[in-house]
Design a binder for this molecule. Structure first.
Ligand code: BGC
Length: 249
C-alpha cells in the first residue's frame, strides 16, 4: 500500500516483545488497515530490529513517510538510553538505520511521548488544557508531559526514585506479573508512585496507558490521586497512532 492518500502515514511501535505497524489516517486518528505484528527479535540488536522494521514496511508495500517509536530517550533520531532494550542501542541513529532498512524517510520518537500524542489528539486527553501526564505501565514505565497540549519530550519520570529505588522496578506492569502480585498490592505501589509525580508536577489530569489500562476497573479503585485519573482510550494502538501523528498531517 503506497500512501496515495496524503493523510495516511505508516506508524510503527517498537517494543520489547513485539514490533507492530499499521497505516494511520492522521486526520481521523484511525488505522486504515489491520495492524501487522512481528515478535521482537532476540537479542533485539539495532540490526535485527531494523530488519524487522523493514519487513513491516514491506508488508504494507509502503512508500512514504514513516513514524516509529522506541522505548528510550530519542534526540534527533538517536537513542540515548536503553533501559529495557539491548544496550547496543545507546548512541545508535535509529532514524538513519530504519530509513535505510525501509527505503523511506523514518522519524523516531519515544514510545510514551507517542502514546501521549495519540491520547491528547484523539483520546482521553483530547481538548484538555493545563498539565496532562501520560503514564504507560508496561515492561517499563513510560512518561509524557503536556502543558496546554504541548509536549515536553523525553521526560523519563518512570525512573523516578521511590523508596531508594527506580520506580519502574517497583510499579511497572511487568513487576506485577513477575511477582504474581494481587491488584491491591501492586496498586499501592502505583499509588505511591503517583504521589511522587504529583509532588513534582501537580498535573491536572493523569492518563494511565499500557496493556493494564484495559483492566483499570481492577486497580483504579485502590488509587487515591489529587489529580483527575483516567484510563487511556487507545489500548494497543497508541504507539502506532502517535508515531504517525508525530509526522504531522
Ligand atoms: C524507558 C522509557 C520508555 C518506557 C516505556 C522506560 O524504561 O526508559 O524511555 O518510554 O520504558 O517503554
Amino acid at each position: 500500500m503506497t500512501n496515495k492518500l496524503p493523510n495516511v502515514r505508516l506508524g510503527i511501535d517498537i517494543g520489547g516483545t513485539g514490533i507492530k505497524g499499521a497505516p494511520v489516517d492522521v486526520t481521523a486518528g484511525k488505522l486504515t488497515a489491520d495492524r501487522f505484528r512481528i515478535d521482537t527479535p532476540q537479542p533485539a540488536t539495532p540490526e535485527a530490529v531494523a530488519k524487522t522494521v523493514g519487513e513491516i514496511a514491506a508488508h504494507f508495500d509502503w512508500k512514504g513517510p514513516i513514524g516509529a517509536t522506541m522505548p528510550g530517550v530519542v534526540k534527533n533520531g538517536v537513542l540515548l538510553t536503553a533501559a529495557n532494550i539491548d544496550k547496543s542501542w545507546v548512541n545508535t541513529d535509529a532514524a538513519a538505520l530504519f530509513t535505510k532498512a525501509t527505503g523511506n524517510p523514518v522519524s523516531v520518537l519515544n514510545d510514551a511521548d507517542a502514546a501521549g500524542i495519540a491520547e491528547m489528539t484523539f483520546g482521553a486527553g483530547k481538548g484538555r488544557t493545563g498539565v496532562v501526564v501520560m503514564i504507560t505501565l508496561g515492561t517499563g514505565i513510560g512518561f509524557a508531559v503536556f502543558n496546554d497540549g504541548v509536549l515536553l519530550p523525553n521526560t523519563e519520570l518512570g525512573h523516578l526514585e521511590m523508596n531508594g529505588k527506580d520506580a519502574e522496578e517497583q510499579a511497572s506492569a511487568r513487576v506485577r506479573d513477575l511477582k504474581d502480585e494481587s491488584w491491591k498490592k501492586w496498586a499501592a505501589k502505583v499509588d505511591d508512585y503517583l504521589d511522587h509525580v504529583d509532588a513534582l508536577l501537580w498535573p491536572d489530569l493523569i492518563i494511565i496507558g499500557g496493556g493494564v489500562s484495559k483492566k483499570a476497573d481492577k486497580f483504579f479503585p485502590y488509587l487515591d490521586t489529587r489529580a483527575e485519573l483516567v484510563a487511556a482510550k487507545f489500548e494497543n494502538e497508541a504507539g502506532i497512532v502517535g508515531a504517525a501523528l508525530a509526522l504531522g498531517a
